[in-house]
Design a protein around this ligand. Structure first.
Ligand code: B12
Ligand code: SF4
Ligand code: SF4
Length: 255
């Protein structure tokens, strides 16, 4: 079964992210998705996918003990979260992971759900498989998923797993933008040819971005991603791109 949710972009403000838990009463079941959407909007995050689980889909639901009925994936659609994150950035290492954890845990408490985070692991929760399952995202030749609106410029900041079947908007099936993409420029724009279809040479990429010649990728983001024509208006601004690249480099040293 494939179910989709609409996505939304918040207008950035300087509101602290604790506001995701500051509304009054616990929402009733019918309104839950709508209220979740507006709570997320206060942090610049959007619902990227939502679907009902079915037993034969073999989706592991660690922590939720098989009682899960709805999974909602949320994250950044382009730069939507950036100003919110900057205005309430936690101190210390992995600030974006900490920021996301706080938001999703607060939301889980408020909405009676179970929060899971993409950085928890290994073993990792299968965010990409969930997103594919929802029908709202598609595989791309460079491994990360492509979203019909945000293109390659989205990532998952957390998921809320609900024990009940929430009322979801009607499914909106979309074709993968990659199936009609002429020339597949994502595959030919990496300066060190780190991509082959469905293969990513992490070592080669990491070696390059640590070198002076890797400055372009380092400061403005992956050149292969930037070559993609889909969702161009959502390409991360240089400050956000540099932040993500720095976090990536921190995790993957040159040697
Ligand atoms: C480990 C990891 C990596 C590893 C290995 C990547 C991998 N796919 O195996 C490395 C270090 C290489 C990596 C790099 C990057 N990653 Co990474 N990574 C993860 C992480 C933490 C776990 C992945 C995993 O092992 N899942 C466990 C399995 C069981 O879950 P799964 O969903 O079923 O995973 C399946 C898919 O990944 C699928 N798959 C992967 N690639 C492809 C390609 C095709 C064509 C198909 C059909 C399937 C497929 O196969 C897996 C096994 O079933 C996820 C977060 C998460 N929890 O998912 C982020 C995640 C996949 N990474 C992400 C990103 C953005 C990146 C980077 C761009 C750098 C960055 N900013 O972190 C690079 C580029 C990677 C690339 N071009 O492929 C995003 C992708 C968002 C998106 N739009 O899809 C994720 C989802 C994190 C997030 N917060 O959103 N990553
Ligand atoms: S450049 Fe084309 S093939 Fe590559 S991810 Fe974008 S739409 Fe898909
Ligand atoms: S970051 Fe640069 S080197 Fe790495 S895969 Fe993207 S384009 Fe290639």
């Amino acid at each position: 079964m494939k179910k989709n949710s609409p996505t939304s972009c918040g207008t950035p403000s300087t509101r602290p992210n604790k506001e995701v838990g500051s509304d009054t009463a616990a929402p009733n079941s019918r309104d839950r998705l709508t209220q979740l959407k507006s709570a997320l909007k206060k942090t610049g995050l959007v619902i990227l996918a939502a679907f009902h689980t079915v037993p034969d889909e073999n989706i592991p639901l660690p922590g939720a003990k098989g009682s899960s009925a709805t999974i909602v994936l949320a994250g950044n659609g382009g730069g939507s979260m950036w100003q919110y994150f900057v205005s309430s950035r936690p101190d210390g290492v992995h600030p974006l992971d900490k920021w996301s954890t706080e938001i999703f845990q607060t939301l889980a408490t408020r909405f009676g759900a179970h929060a899971v985070l993409p950085h928890e692991g290994p073993p990792y929760f299968p965010f990409q498989r969930w997103a594919l399952n929802s029908g709202q995202a598609h595989t791309s030749p460079i491994g990360i998923l492509i979203h019909p609106e945000y293109g390659l410029w989205h990532s998952y900041r957390g998921a809320l797993i609900f024990p009940q079947r929430l009322i979801l908007p009607p499914a909106r099936e979309t074709a993968s933008p990659c199936s009609s993409c002429e020339g597949r420029p994502c595959l030919s724009n990496c300066p060190v040819e780190a991509f082959r279809p469905e293969f990513y040479n992490l070592k080669r990429c990491v070696a390059h971005i640590h070198e002076p010649e890797g400055r372009d990728c380092r400061m403005t983001g992956c050149r292969a991603r930037r070559a993609c024509p889909v969702g161009r208006e959502h390409v991360y601004a240089p400050a956000q791109a540099e932040f993500h690249m720095a976090a990536f480099m921190e995790k993957h040293s040159k040697n």
